[in-house]
Design a binder for this molecule. Sequence first.
Ligand SMILES: O=C(O)CCC(=O)C(=O)O
Length: 298
Amino acid sequence: MRITEPETEHLLKHGYVIVPDFLTPLELAAARENMFRYYPSAEELSATPERYGGLLEEADSLQNEFPFAGDTLNHISTHPELIAFVEKLLGTRDVLLSQAAIWAKYAGTGDFEQGLHLDYQGNSLVVPRDDRAFRQVNMILYYSDVTDDMGPTCVVSKRHTKDRPLWPPFRTRKKDAALYKLEKPVLVKAGGLLIFGMSTFHRASAITADFGLRLSHHFVYRAAQHAFQGYHQWSHFGEKQEMQDFVESTSPRQREVLGFPKPGHEYWNTETLAAVQLRYPKMDMKPYLQAAQAEAGS
Ligand SMILES: O=C(O)CCC(=O)C(=O)O
């Protein structure tokens, strides 16, 4: 596993962990290439800003959500190593990708500074509970080096906050200066991963560099079992070509974390097997057919 036992222990103790070099160099290069389908490089933007007027108007919120055009960002959103890690942490195989979004921040454009906060308000109808399958797993994967002047994410160890109430989820510097003194910047090379929880205070900080581009990929995973948590129902994006392409090309396990029925699921019968193949002509139905045949023979 790319996320080690000591790293998992750090996550459990502090509410966050930084995993350097989570991605292989090849994965990182492919992810950056895929990102550039969505965003110009810092050099392109500065050479021809007039081509990117709309982008500059919304510089604070240049986010795009899964499913993505191209293969790599979709594959990384459902990376087998991430799925295996979440399964182990939550103690269940039934895990879902809750949300995945990419984000570009250009130095010298928007205001990226956030206040310390918890992410749960838009991901749960209740408040976080960080044990077993109640836990949700937040992650930020960085596709560019995050130095002090490139807007590092700041995190506060849960050792300092465990006695604080979970509500309200936003804490201003004015009202809670002491909390800000406890934060640490996440300085990491491209390819590194930050994992944290819904009860971990964190924030984005300002980019103070004059020039540069910060590229990141943000995910949340959760257990399927608790419907009071969640962000997306992926079938909502079923009409998008990006979803069609991803479903056709990915593995059964990666489909499963979107809620797709697994091989052997009672949904599959002669009719659904044939009709789903019609909907997704390029999809390899063998695992579903074989599991259905094995079920019928048993
Ligand atoms: O971009 C970052 O470093 C953190 C963003 C964040 O915490 C948020 O948008 O909730």
